[in-house]
Design a protein around this ligand. Structure first.
Ligand code: G3P
Ligand code: MG
Length: 262
């Protein structure tokens, strides 16, 4: 049995979808909101990615940025506020008047909705220096509360290997992915020691050689963030398993077209 086979068998199983909604459907509805997840599901998307941060009182909430300024207008950091101070903020109006009243949900609220919609979830946990265990405990708590074990397991990902290590320790049965803007020289040993199931790569860093090498190591490949059909087609042709997109409408249509043409 070669090393690649051993790796696949010993790693949490993961079947990446061809299209994953980025922050829900960030090009069509405000990112990391329940409206975005509903929009993605309505388009037939089977998985979404979302971003998690910890409030000062230890609640896992959805927010891409550390600052709440862009999404809510409040110039404060998520980690400096109590959840009670975040939950009422409007996170929809900046995107469009019709989304006024949308808020930044807790991870548990998001998971509950996604479970109802039967949409899989990639939980990207942002860097939390020195608080990796604390944030992972909050993620584990939300999953235990709101994600039925009969559903496809959540995929945990992060740019920070320390977060992926915390996931490996706290949630060992869930698949993990390391996210990278550029593939680090040490990706193989890093992915190996963290027992990752996939690498999530900036699409601009993807090429045939890298995709083949990642696959040969027994790992899946997702790329982010692609909003144009011709680019997605090129990446699928390279063998990329999953394209993460703000425009699931565009990519779902491209994928359907491609499948019809086969
Ligand atoms: O998880 C893939 C992608 O979301 C990583 O980048 O900055 O959009 O969270 P970012
Ligand atoms: Mg993200």
């Amino acid at each position: 049995m070669g090393p690649a086979t051993t790796r696949i068998m010993s790693f949490p199983a993961l079947r990446l979808p061809a299209v994953m909604g980025h922050r829900g459907a960030a090009g069509l509805a405000p990112e990391n909101t329940l409206a975005g997840f509903r929009r993605a599901a309505a388009l037939g998307v089977t998985w979404v990615e979302l971003d998690v941060r910890l409030s000062a009182d230890g609640v896992a909430v959805l927010s891409h940025d550390e600052s709440l300024a862009r999404a809510t207008g409040l110039r404060r950091k998520v980690g400096r506020l109590l959840h009670a101070d975040i939950e009422g903020l409007d996170a929809g109006a900046w995107f469009g008047e019709s989304f006024r009243g949308e808020t930044l949900p807790t991870l548990a609220q998001a998971l509950r909705l996604l479970a109802q919609l039967n949409v899989g979830v990639n939980i990207e946990v942002k860097r939390h220096e020195g608080q990796e265990t604390r944030v992972m405990n909050a993620v584990a708590g939300a999953l235990a509360d709101a994600w039925p074990t009969v559903l496809v397991p959540a995929l945990i990902s992060s740019f920070d290997p320390a977060i992926v290590a915390a996931a490996q320790h706290r949630l060992p049965d869930l698949p993990r992915a390391l996210i990278a803007e550029r593939l680090p020289r040490t990706w193989r040993s890093l992915a190996d020691s963290l027992a990752c199931s996939a690498i999530h790569l900036n699409w601009k860093a993807a090429n045939d050689g890298r995709i083949s090498a990642i696959h040969a190591a027994g790992l899946g490949v997702a790329v982010y963030t692609v909003n144009e059909a011709p680019i997605a087609r090129r990446l699928w042709a390279m063998g990329v398993d999953c394209v993460i997109t703000d425009r699931p409408d565009v990519l779902m249509a491209a994928r359907t077209e491609q499948e019809k043409a086969r």
